[in-house]
Design a protein around this ligand. Structure first.
Ligand code: AMP
Length: 471
């Protein structure tokens, strides 16, 4: 396009070429308005990994030929084992050959993949008898963009179904979100049984999800009773697309799955559903429509958290998703921030009273503790707790001063609620309570040259980030 418009300007275009160009431009314009097409897979995995991959690969290739930009695969996309021991013995780490095959497939077809569940062998060598049930998002260049390890264990014993004790061979994950930006929107990752926990869906939507995914291997009795109702509920109450790839049919003598892979839109309409066999179905994702629905009926902002509380998204978010944060009248560079949740940040101090003196504050500029919402209060103190744990370990101390100066008469300089966290050692002040006198005066009448440099603060924060973001 750029070259064409340069040629235009240089007068090298004939009348015909001009017409051709305007035709190309309008085609490009309408192409850019096309809604992304997603494919949803319904398959029958077996204990045979090779045969299962061959089936998966054929279905994904078919999805590509039908114009899908992203394909969603079900839970147990790698195999369905006959025994718990086999589930563990066939598992592979993230760097193993099966995940590499998924990456190669995505790269060669130039297609995003949601590998709804594969059996991941934990890095932790103490866990020799259990796996993770792991959902992967792989982009069209084959790079892993999202890893979610199932958090709710399917430990049930109901009439008509084979009892399941997932926790006996699966380690539950410990993180939800954040959603991953994909070619078809922001995808909140979940797996199968997670769909029964509306709090998890609310947490993902609070974090920005536009699409919730429930790749599954549902049992037949629970599927007949609950599958479609649960999926449509999650879509309607959260005003999101719900994409649920599924296992179907007989995996081996002891296990069969319900199928009914589908895509539900934010209005609760089932847009596409697979036939009652190994199959794919396709649907368009219309994000402008999703946002129109949300503005016409703003249920997400009508919530009365003051009456029934708020789901907390206890998730560590990337600190540098914005370049700086407001701290009262000041700004804090993201390079000084070492921990961030949806509602709070923790950052290093520009004028610490002691080495390791850091601050935790709500993201929203709020002057007094009493002005915080319940969710902000809870999130702030949970963040303080995490920072306190780190400070004790890192500075090898057993004591901390954790203080809030609320209002000018209490020594507050910055009009933004903040919690001071300081490691304490015996004898660090002549008199223990001197720390409060220092907190009161350390940042008053400071010459510009006495504040720490951005570089100095960034290098302290970088060390701390390793702790919070490596977990
Ligand atoms: P207070 O006196 O309780 O309001 O404490 C304010 C704290 O914020 C002091 O410890 C200051 O050193 C610290 N501080 C002020 N501005 C910044 C900034 N831009 N970045 C980091 N720390 C800051």
């Amino acid at each position: 396009m750029l070259i064409l418009s340069r040629l235009f300007r240089s007068g090298q275009f004939t009348q015909l070429n001009r017409r051709l160009f305007s035709c190309t431009a309008s085609m490009a314009d309408s192409l850019s308005k096309l809604k992304p097409v997603v494919a949803v897979v319904q398959m029958t995995s077996t204990p045979d990994k090779e045969a299962t991959f061959a089936q998966l690969s054929a279905l994904v290739t078919r999805a590509k030929s039908r114009g899908a930009l992203m394909t969603f695969l079900p839970e147990c996309a790698d195999y369905v084992s006959e025994t718990r021991e086999q589930a563990v013995s066939l598992a592979e780490p993230l760097e193993g050959p099966t995940v590499s095959r998924y990456q190669d497939l995505a790269r060669s077809l130039k297609m995003w993949l949601s590998v709804g569940g594969y059996h991941e062998k934990p890095e932790n060598t103490e866990e020799t008898k259990r796996i993770y049930n792991t959902h992967l998002l792989i982009d069209s260049e084959g790079t892993i963009q999202g890893v979610y390890r199932k958090v709710h264990m399917f430990d049930i014993d109901i009439p008509g179904a084979v009892p399941s004790y997932e926790s006996s061979y699966t380690v539950p994950g410990s993180r939800i979100g954040p959603p991953v930006l994909t070619v078809c929107g922001k995808v909140g990752m979940a797996i199968c049984y997670d769909m029964r926990f509306p709090e998890m869906s609310v947490s993902l939507v609070q974090q920005g999800a536009e699409i919730l995914t429930y790749p599954s291997a549902f049992t037949i009795p629970t599927g007949m009773a609950h599958w479609e109702t649960l999926l449509r509920n999650r879509a309607i109450e959260n005003q999101v697309y719900v994409i649920a790839a599924a296992q179907i049919g007989r995996h081996h003598a002891k296990r069969s799955s319900y199928g009914n892979a589908m895509v539900v839109d934010p209005w609760g309409t089932v847009l596409a559903k697979c036939h009652d066999t190994v199959d794919i179905c396709l649907a368009e994702i219309d994000l402008p429509l999703l946002h129109k629905r949300r503005s016409e009926m703003p249920v997400l902002s009508h919530k009365r958290h003051d009456l029934y509380g708020q789901v907390l998204s206890n998730t560590v978010l990337p600190a540098d998703s914005q370049s700086e944060y407001q701290f009262g009248a000041h700004s804090v560079k993201s390079t000084s921030v070492f921990y961030r949740t949806a509602l709070s940040i923790a950052f290093v101090n520009r004028k610490p009273v002691l080495p390791g003196h850091v601050l935790v504050c709500p993201v929203r500029v709020v002057e007094h503790l009493t002005d915080l919402t319940a969710a902000e209060t809870a999130d702030l103190f949970l963040a303080v707790q995490s920072v306190a744990e780190f400070t004790k370990k890192h500075y090898q101390v057993s004591s901390l001063t954790i203080a809030v100066q609320d209002g000018p008469d209490a020594g507050q300089t910055v009009k933004h609620v903040h919690v001071h966290v300081l490691p304490r050692k015996r004898g660090d002040f002549a008199d223990n309570d001197d720390v409060y006198r220092q907190l009161e005066k350390h940042d008053k009448n400071v010459k510009a040259s006495e504040w720490r440099s951005d570089e100095d603060m960034a290098s302290e924060a970088a060390v701390m980030r390793k702790y919070f973001y490596a977990q």
